[in-house]
Design a protein around this ligand. Structure first.
Ligand code: NAI
Length: 332
């Protein structure tokens, strides 16, 4: 039995976690969860975002399934996600965006996988107040971190029979920092002669993603662009409720939905659990439980294809529990 550390999160977190636990149990995957409360609610109750027992559990199990956590805007504690990514050096944030059966979207032919560098760029949190009206923020790009994410993107392309890797950057303006990322990309691409390599300036990439999403296959980029473009990618396939992600390091991996804690619909049994369910499938693949992952994906696709039970974010009126029950039924 493989043990996985489960963070229930804030807002809609506990509701979508309940859905995932039921579906994983029904898949008969060889998984046992160790559950922890983490995030804003835990911080307000006990003064720590992540209790020490939860860190101990991660360091024992090496795999985390994490529901979204609320981060205060413009004040308060630093993001729990950034903290976990930094502490465990979860450098590769992988976000696959693919059209789903019968999920309404103005865009067809979307099948892109975003590799977001996860440990540096503006997310190092180095902000300095120069005077009352001036703040500096530091953007860090290193050869080491650029190399490992770019190599991860090319290796993924090779293993998954993908044709192309695109580098997204702003090296026309940020000539030294993004310039370094782009030149590392150009160097590494030469090691993969069978994979096409091209590059887009980030603003052009945004336009091309909505005009010609079929142009993109695997994409690799620094942290900030990856954060923004993956939400854009979720819009291409029907919304945030559908986009899963993996944060992979050398020893530890964390799987989570791309969306946040959605406080506007929390506690109302309205949330779409698909993104966390698909993240759990990525986790099962990582744990070599491929058949169980495929069984869950097939059940999700079947329910979406039939279109009778849909959550509100994609035009239906089903609750989280009704949608979960439909998936369980499709698996039986
Ligand atoms: P959000 O992703 O929570 O919500 C944006 C919009 O999408 C809302 O209208 C929400 O109702 C909807 N939405 C999101 N997920 C949904 C789902 N599964 N089903 C149905 N509708 C869904 O983004 P927002 O409002 O900017 O952030 C809220 C909080 O979440 C903030 O504190 C933010 O820092 C945090 N956050 C946490 C993340 C994480 O833990 N990985 C990632 C992004 C944001």
């Amino acid at each position: 039995m493989k043990k996985v550390t489960l963070f229930k999160g804030d807002g809609i977190g506990p509701e979508i976690c309940a859905s995932v636990k039921k579906v994983i149990e029904a898949s008969q995957a060889d998984i046992e969860f160790e559950e922890f409360n983490v995030g804003e609610a835990e911080y307000n109750a006990h003064g720590a975002l992540i209790p020490q027992e939860a860190f101990d559990s991660i360091e024992k199990n090496h795999v985390i399934l994490k529901a979204p956590i609320t981060t205060p805007i413009g004040k308060g504690f630093r993001s729990c996600n950034v903290l976990l990514r930094e502490k465990y050096d979860l450098y590769a944030n992988i976000r696959p965006a693919k059209n789903l059966p019968n999920v309404k979207s103005p865009f067809d032919h979307v099948d892109m996988v975003i590799f977001r560098e996860n440990t540096e760029d503006l997310y190092v949190g180095k902000e300095e107040k120069i005077d009352e009206d001036t703040v500096y923020a530091t953007k860090i790009i290193t050869r080491k971190c650029s190399e490992r994410i770019i190599r991860a993107a090319f290796d993924y392309a090779l293993e998954n029979k993908r044709k192309k890797v695109s580098c997204i950057h702003k090296a026309n303006i940020l000539k030294m920092s993004d310039g370094l990322f782009l030149s590392v990309f150009q160097e590494i691409s030469k090691e993969y002669p069978n994979i096409e390599a091209d590059a887009y300036i980030v603003d052009n990439a945004c336009m091309q993603m909505v005009m010609h999403p079929e142009k993109f296959d695997v994409m690799v980029m620094p942290n900030l662009y990856g954060d923004i473009l993956s939400d854009l990618a979720s819009g291409l396939i029907g919304g945030l409720g559908f986009l899963p992600s993996a944060n992979i390091g050398k020893e530890i991996a964390m799987f989570e939905a791309v969306h946040g804690s959605a406080p506007d619909i929390a506690g109302q049994n309205k949330a779409n659990p698909t993104a966390l369910l698909l993240s759990a499938c990525m986790m099962l693949d990582y744990l070599d439980e491929h058949q169980k992952a495929e069984k869950i994906r097939e059940a999700i696709y079947k329910v979406l294809q039939e279109g009778k039970v849909r959550t509100q974010d994609c035009g239906g009126n089903a609750t989280t529990s009704e949608y979960t029950d439909a998936i369980l039924m499709a698996m039986s």
